[in-house]
Design a protein around this ligand. Sequence first.
Ligand SMILES: *Cc1c(COP(=O)(O)O)cnc(C)c1O
Length: 419
Amino acid sequence: MAEKIPFVTTEKLGEIAKIYPTPFHIYDEKGIRETARLVNKAFAWNKGYKEYFAVKATPNPFLLKILSEEGCGTDCSSYTELLMAAAVGITGSNIMFSSNVTPAEDFQLAKKLNAVINLDDITHIDFLERVAGIPDIISCRYNPGGHFAIANNIMDNPGDAKYGMTREQLTEAYRILKKKDVKHFGMHAFLASNTVTNAYYPELARILFRIAVELKEETGVELEFINLSGGVGVAYRPEQEDNDILVIGDGVRKAFEEVLIPAGMGNVKIFAEMGRYMLASHGALVARAIHEKHIYKDYIGLDACAANLMRPAIYRAYHHITVMGKENAPCDHKYDVTGGLCENNDKFAVDRMLPKIDIGDLLYIHDAGAHGFAMGYNYNGKLRSAEILLKEDGTTQLIRRAETPADYFATFDFTDFFK
Ligand SMILES: *Cc1c(COP(=O)(O)O)cnc(C)c1O
């Protein structure tokens, strides 16, 4: 069971909401640092292990800085994500550039920053050479096709995914890159998203380790790192069992000892690009109940909407909700908890049993720390919220201000309409 307890008390959140108007995203520095340390501990058996935090999950320079203080690099996939990493002093081998459908400017900036470039496709070798030149160190992304299953449970469908190279292309790519004098090689794969099983990384690792051994025989290329990418999930539902990163790290170690060590490849470094696992549970969306409505169902309307947290709308994802101050009240009311978009999928919860909610109540929407704010958008002219950091000493810091109408109209700054 994953206990769903807010990382901030009702009293404290009430004080914070007096300073920063709702809605806002709030992040827990203490929890972020603890998770980063636990991840590094789980893989401490591997010399050279590194977590490259997936910037797309929570693109905020203050948070990237905290993670970099804990020894993490960044995984970037676009020009602006590269700029954000560079802005907090993360460059060179501390950036993994795992992009796809990559524009020339993006490769050029990645090369300029000396980021490690992870090629999504075999045709990107020529493209990269033409637009930026081939670097000394390069990684290739693998897609095994078909279904990816663990113990007969289908986890995901790589055969339908646009990412990576086929097994044959992978061999060919390393042959070509070797001829082009690349000195250092890595491999990457991302086969399943939001996995809530300790078996995903070990299973993926075993597949990639075996291929690494084959590639050495086929091409003479000795991989220096294997990047397990993201996909380690969190228990969004209280009845789910959370992943145990120490068990996961140990599972990868076993595969490493069984496959790579006997092949004389015990120096391979393990990399990861986790986003969700690092931050999801250390961030929440805080909103206030501003309306209630009773028609064919009972609705609670919040001052936040899907523009602040899109996952329920697009994936029908479950996010646990705590009504602050009513943690011990009976959940004897069935509500749809909604935002104000003119879209009927703008519901944070459907038919959810909750305590009786009154106008003005603060609602804490759990596990919004990754792929939360980041997926925000401006539909219906809704503005993105502020992001607040709850620091280790209990004080708060504004780490992104809320958007204003002026931000929304900023792209009309060449006209007089909004002057
Ligand atoms: C999205 C993404 C990640 C992070 O995924 P999580 O599910 O947040 O861990 C890592 N690497 C790549 C290439 C991605 O696209």
